[in-house]
Every structure is written in structure tokens, then in C-alpha cells.
Design a protein around this ligand. Structure first.
Ligand code: 5CA
Length: 162
């Protein structure tokens, strides 16, 4: 029998359905806290994991979201160049305050605040990807082509080549 989803995971399942999609949130016995954990848990390439990374615009404390392939690091110059502004790292408290979720389970949408969102083009090279769904054990599988309509994000090159 499937266990009922925790409150945070249910919130993500609801956000998926509210956007007209039918992807299914799964809570796993294993950790999906990091991209590597998630890839091991679901048996996919780490590049197929959608990392949801929050940054803070230095001038005005606006939160910005970057959705990044699990094997890429964000090039902050590229992110600034596509319009994200001067960015600082967000701390765990800031992330919790603007998303309503804890680090390790940040979903790509459905946050407390709407955020400008930038999508790593490399994610679109996969048939299927997996994203966090509210807790460090919850994920859902999706077609990466659904990321722009789900998040209102823009696709851009974000990968650091160094
Ligand atoms: N559930 C997995 C796979 S979907 C996940 O959430 N991965 S993640 O990459 O999106 O989230 C972990 C990220 O949170 C790390 O890459 C790191 O950028 C960020 N992070 C981890 N610890 C902290 C911290 N103390 N303060 C701010 N950001 C942190």
C-alpha cells in the first residue's frame, strides 16, 4: 500500500495539478536530499536531476530561482547576463522564507513567493527529468518541456565551463 504524502509533498502535488499537469509526487524510503542522492534513488543520470537553486539579488533582496541540471554548476556571470542582477548566495533561512520549503526539498515552482526563474538549457536535452517535491525524500518525474509552462521560467545557458 502507498503511504499518504507528507504535507509539503502534498503541497507540490497540488501545485502540479493546479497547473494542469498529472505528474505524480513520490516519497521514497531513501534520501533524495542532493542531486546525487536523488539520481541514485531513482536510478537516473545525475544530469537528469533538476536542482532548484535560490539566489538573492544584492540590491533589493529579490529571490531568483535557477533550475539547473544535476551535473552543472551555475555560472553566475551568465545568470547575471540574462537579467538576474548582481547575485548573492541565499542562506537557508532566506530560502525557507521565500519558498516555504527547506533546502534539499525545494521544488521548481509552487513557492510562497513568485520568483523570476531561469532554466538551464541542458535539462531540455533529456527525455525525462526528476525534480524535488517538497521534502528530502520526495521527487517527481516530468518531461523537461513542461518546465517553462510549470514555472513561467526562461530557458538559457547557465552552465559553468570551468
Ligand atoms: N532534492 C535534491 C535533488 S532534486 C535537491 O534539492 N538538490 S538541490 O541541488 O536543488 O538542493 C541542494 C542545494 O541547496 C545545494 O546544491 C546548494 O546550492 C543549496 N544549499 C545546500 N545547503 C545550503 C545552505 N546551508 N545554505 C544555502 N544553500 C544551501
Amino acid at each position: 500500500m502507498t503511504k499518504p504524502l507528507s504535507r509539503s509533498a502534498r503541497r507540490v502535488q497540488q501545485a502540479i495539478e493546479n497547473r494542469g499537469f498529472d505528474f505524480i509526487v513520490q516519497e521514497l524510503p531513501q534520501s533524495t536530499r542532493t542531486a546525487q542522492d536523488a539520481a541514485t534513488a531513482v536510478g537516473c543520470d545525475v544530469g537528469q536531476i533538476v536542482k532548484s537553486l535560490i539566489f538573492r539579488v544584492e540590491e533589493n533582496d529579490e529571490p531568483v530561482l535557477a533550475l539547473v541540471s544535476g551535473n552543472n554548476r551555475v555560472d553566475m556571470v551568465k545568470l547575471a547576463a540574462v537579467g538576474a542582477g548582481n547575485l548573492a548566495k541565499a542562506d537557508a533561512e532566506f530560502v525557507r522564507a521565500c519558498t516555504g520549503f527547506a533546502i534539499g526539498g525545494i521544488p521548481p515552482f509552487g513557492h510562497d513567493r513568485d520568483m523570476r526563474t531561469f532554466i538551464d538549457e541542458d535539462l531540455l536535452g533529456y527525455d525525462r527529468v526528476w525534480a524535488a517535491a517538497g521534502t528530502p525524500n520526495a521527487v517527481f518525474e516530468l518531461d523537461p518541456a513542461a518546465l517553462p509552462p510549470l514555472t513561467s521560467g526562461v530557458i538559457c545557458e547557465l552552465r559553468s565551463d570551468t
